[in-house]
Design a protein around this ligand. Structure first.
Ligand code: ADP
Length: 744
């Protein structure tokens, strides 16, 4: 299924885009983590209160710089995503509106507090830094250092005074003489106690300590004798006293040295007197730390601007970090919402297009997952249902095909039977009508099917239909046979109709089927046969006495013409002869009708037959204009030449009779689209009335006083013998038109 999805180029693009996004996010995440780490490392010394030393500052600088680079990369990546989002929004890529909204909401929400914090922090840092580097602090530090150094000077001044006194006394009392050593020890003890000194000692010119007196707080052994260098050092100096300091476990021991006598140089020097004062240990430490502090303070003071910038940058980095964190998180969150939504939208589109194989592969674990799962379940269900429906549809189709085939078969059968079949349902609506029925009734099935017979029937027929229906419905008759005479077009035709009730399996009446046959030709043939028989007999019976009558009349005329001069005699005999002749003609006509031989067709050219027939009249009928129109490429027809000629003579006779004085007769031949030869004899005579039209071809129909009404009957018989058809139509603008259709 997944493979299928990859085939779609559109989806392919989405997938590569997704991969790139994933890579982007990985980079953004990595850079973000690094920036966080570096920021933490940068801020750590500030927060933990570690001394801000130059080396610390340097590492902070480096960290901040790396941080800045990473931040720029982060900004670039996030900005790229924002720009992409902007363009996607402009191009109306689905899901971008929601993403933009979410990103904006996150940025706004984070910007407000972050902005306030940023401004406050900025202010705080500026004032703090200003506070740190205030002049009073530096002054206080320097003053405290001055206090410390002043104390040393003070101690030294005091000691100088004591040294001067003691040196003078030692010299004045000659205490440096070896014999006076006990007195010297005594004196040093007195000096020590009197001046409250920590240690007083005397050295001879050989730099040997002669005596030492120490305070109780200081053990005598702790104070080491001064070495030669320390003692000699002062001899070259301008100053009268000099000092050494050394650290003892109890504190800092400051020893001031003077010569005896005080201020003596060179050979005058009788010895050295040394006064030691012990300063408390923490004081020395304090002073040292103060001087170290001042040193560092001055170093840091030089870094005031860089520190400030470092803080600003760090602060900005944190603020930006928060902002980009918000943008990125907004994007991430919105993407986690919009991607499934887009997938869902895409899925919905696919499903709407009919692709039910589509399923969404979004990894989610919240409500979106429920939604996606529901969607996938829905497509699965739809797929299943569609398969079911397709299966049912196939089944249905097969059944329909079977029914259709059966129906078609029935239709073919119905359309191929020569009898007409019309079925009517229980509501009186016509349901089927076969081709033979259409042909016989000259009705188009499409015009009547699904219409009620009640609205289609006219004249006396609705009454007839009601009668038939009544017999079926009320009297429960199941079939009914009836003979009906109908005027179809211009012809009167006789039909034999069988009505049959249609019933379903439960015996319920579901309609009527009407099966009928055109009996006109058959009846005509039967009638014709009867007439022929009648005619043959009449002709036979009537013809027999005619010859003797006529011969007798002629004999009478011949014999008594000269004897009887009365013109009446002549007139009467002539009348007898004429009328006998007339009767003979009549009988001959009857006889020709009766004797009518069956057609004997042979391949024959139609055109000469027609020309010959017309030629018989053309000369005799000067007042009538004959026009003959026959195409040259007329095919040979299977005709009985003699009979066809008789047809033409009969038709032309009738046309001439219809034209009273002068007129036109047009005889044309054509091959119609149904591959039948059409012979038309048209005149502009009196025409045929609508009431006469159905009876024209009946043997006893005539409108002429002396007409026998057999002419058209004979024509119709001959045409039928040639498997053709004859019908009459009105000619335009006036007159009649007889059309004979003969098969090629
Ligand atoms: P007959 O000529 O003896 O009357 P037909 O069968 O030839 O018998 O004609 C029957 C009737 O058809 C005629 O009496 C006439 O009324 C009518 N008829 C035939 N041909 C024409 C025609 N061309 N124009 C008008 N009426 C015609």
């Amino acid at each position: 299924m997944k493979r299928n999805r990859y085939k779609n180029p559109e989806v392919q693009v989405v997938i590569t885009e997704k991969k790139r996004r994933k890579r982007d996010y990985a980079i953004i995440g990595g850079v973000f983590g690094l920036v966080c780490l570096l920021t933490a490392l940068t801020i750590w010394p500030m927060l933990s209160g570690t001394d801000i030393s130059v080396s610390n500052m340097m590492s902070m600088f480096i960290l901040i710089n790396i941080n800045l680079l990473l931040l720029i990369l982060l900004i670039f990546l996030v900005f790229r995503n924002v720009v992409k989002l902007f363009y996607e929004r402009r191009n109306r890529v689905p899901g971008t509106r929601l993403r933009t909204k979410l990103v904006l909401a996150f940025v706004t929400l984070s910007l407000l507090p972050a902005g306030v914090l940023f401004v406050f922090s900025l202010h705080f840092i500026t004032t703090s830094i200003e506070f740190w580097f205030q002049v009073p602090i530096e002054q206080a530090l320097e003053n405290s250092l001055a206090v410390g150094s002043n104390m040393y000077v003070h101690v030294e001044d005091n000691n100088r005074f004591f040294l001067e006194r003691a040196a003078y006394q030692v010299d004045a009392r000659n205490l440096m003489k070896p014999e006076n050593l006990p007195a010297l020890s005594n004196y040093t003890q007195i000096v020590q106690r009197e001046f409250n000194l920590n240690a007083v000692s005397v050295y001879d010119t050989n730099f040997t300590r002669l005596t030492i007196s120490t305070a109780e707080s200081l053990q005598a052994g702790v104070v080491e004798p001064l070495d030669t260098n320390q003692l000699q050092k002062g001899l070259t100096l301008e100053k009268n006293t000099w000092s050494t300091t050394e650290l003892l476990p109890d504190g800092e021991l400051i020893r001031n040295i003077a010569t005896i006598p005080y201020g003596a140089k060179g050979g005058d020097v009788k010895g050295f007197i040394v006064i030691g004062v012990l300063l408390p240990a923490d004081m020395a430490e304090h002073l040292a730390s103060i001087s170290r502090g001042i040193e560092e303070y001055q170093q840091i003071k030089m870094l005031k601007q860089p520190i400030r910038f470092t803080y600003y940058i760090t602060l900005s980095v944190v603020a930006l970090l928060v902002m980009f964190c918000a943008i990125w998180f907004g994007m991430y969150l919105s993407r986690s919402i919009t991607i499934p939504i887009m997938e869902l939208a895409e899925g919905t589109r696919k499903v709407a297009e009919g692709d039910l194989s589509y399923s969404i592969n979004v990894v989610a674990d919240d409500e979106i997952k429920t939604l996606v799962d529901s969607f996938n379940k829905m497509t699965r269900d739809l797929r299943f249902n569609r398969r079911e429906i397709e299966y049912s549809a196939r089944k249905l189709y097969e059944q329909n095909m079977e029914i259709e085939e059966r129906r078609r078969y029935m239709e073919i059968v119905l359309n191929n039977v020569s009898t007409g079949v019309i079925s009517i349902d229980a509501n009186g609506l016509i349901t089927t009508m076969n081709a033979s029925a259409e042909d016989m009734l000259h009705i188009n099935a499409a015009d009547v099917v699904k219409k009620s017979y009640k609205e289609l029937l006219r004249n006396e027929y609705p009454k007839l239909a009601e009668e038939i229906m009544e017999r079926f419905n009320n009297r429960g008759e199941e079939s009914l046979a009836k003979s009906l005479n109908l005027n179809i077009g211009d012809q009167r035709r006789t039909f034999k109709v069988n009505f049959n009730a249609l019933e379903d399996e439960t015996g319920r009446q579901i309609g009527i089927v009407m099966v009928f046959d055109d009996m006109t030709e058959l009846e005509k043939a039967q009638r014709m046969a009867a007439w022929r028989e009648v005619a043959r007999r009449i002709a036979h019976e009537v013809k027999n006495p005619l010859t003797p009558i006529s011969l007798s009349a002629q004999r009478l005329k011949r014999k008594y013409q000269k004897v009887i001069k009365d013109p009446i005699f002549d007139e009467c005999t002539q009348t007898i002869i004429d009328h006998t002749e007339m009767i003979r003609n009549l009988v001959n006509e009857f006889a020709s009708f009766a004797r009518f031989p069956t057609a004997n067709p042979a391949p024959c050219n139609l055109a000469p037959v027609i020309y010959e027939s017309v030629a018989l009249y053309r000369e005799g009928q000067r007042n009538i204009e004959f026009t003959v129109d026959i195409p040259d490429d007329l095919p040979l027809l299977n005709l009985d030449r003699q009979q066809i000629k008789q047809i033409m003579i009969n038709l032309i006779d009738n046309a001439i009779a219809a034209i009273k004085n002068s007129g036109q007769i047009l005889i044309s031949v054509a091959v119609n689209p149904a591959r039948k030869v059409e012979i038309t004899v048209a005149d502009n005579g009196s025409g045929i009335s609508a009431t006469d039209k159905p009876y024209l071809f009946e043997p006893d129909f005539t409108t002429k006083k002396s007409g026998m009404g057999l002419g058209l009957a004979i024509v119709s018989t001959i045409v039928a013998d040639h498997n053709g058809r004859i019908y009459a139509e009105d000619n335009t603008p006036r007159g009649a038109k007889f059309i004979i259709e003969l098969p090629v």
